[in-house]
Design a protein around this ligand. Structure first.
Ligand code: SF4
Ligand code: SF4
Length: 208
């Protein structure tokens, strides 16, 4: 496996190596799931911006759409560069400046490309150097019964869920114990065991 020499490098090294070694092949963009969904993110253009003394906002404004999946760095780049870090760095700066998504998505791009750009998991495993750890078993069947669970109210994007149970309530496995406020992005949280609510803070503790 090629050495992932960019991983763990500081920003200055990432930017300097990226500026000198990126050949603008655009594989990072071609693999980017956000690009394939039609969003105006093109990591190879963010890499291009490294070669200039001024960023060139048109090259990086789309980085606001980066979901930080790391696929461009871990899978796509044949030079082992770190386009993900370059996108995230730009995204953080744009967000701190209060910039918003300003470019429309290309609605036809998913139809054209998505089916042909799926990442083979076996190849990703090899590329990440994890093939030696792939082990199918033997697996043992076992039933584990938790006596106590702690379920954080924030385990998703958006706002933390609001508890709909209080200390002392009896809950059954599957009951809704927290949900997002109206018109807020979030996730409903369910009890994973039956029992009694012991604590409600930034997490709900249930004991069987
Ligand atoms: S880390 Fe960002 S730029 Fe890279 S593939 Fe994922 S979404 Fe695209
Ligand atoms: S895949 Fe690598 S070499 Fe190609 S454009 Fe992206 S960062 Fe540059």
């Amino acid at each position: 496996m090629a050495q992932r020499y960019m991983l763990g490098a500081n920003w200055k090294a990432t930017a300097r190596i990226g500026a000198s070694a990126c050949d603008q092949c655009s594989f990072c963009t071609e693999f980017c799931p956000r690009y394939l969904l039609g969003h105006p993110i093109e990591p190879h253009k963010a890499m291009r911006s490294l070669g200039y003394s001024m960023v060139g906002e048109a090259n990086v404004i789309g980085t606001l759409f980066c979901c930080e999946c790391n696929l461009c760095t871990m899978m796509a780049c044949p030079e082992d560069l770190d386009p993900s870090k370059v996108c995230v760095q730009n995204k953080r700066r744009l967000m701190s400046e209060g910039r918003k998504w300003e470019v429309e998505a290309v609605a036809t791009r998913p139809e054209l490309h998505l089916d042909n750009r799926r990442v083979p998991i076996g190849r990703l495993i090899r590329k990440l150097g994890l093939a030696d750890f792939k082990n199918k078993g033997p697996l043992l069947e076992a039933s584990l019964m938790a006596k106590r669970v702690k379920l954080p109210l924030k385990q998703h994007v958006g706002a933390p869920a609001g508890a709909v149970v209080k200390v002392g309530d009896a809950v059954k496995c599957g009951d809704v114990i927290a949900k997002p406020a109206e018109n807020q992005l979030g996730a409903v949280i369910h009890a994973s065991i039956s029992g009694r609510v012991k604590e409600v803070s930034d997490a709900i503790v249930i004991e069987a």
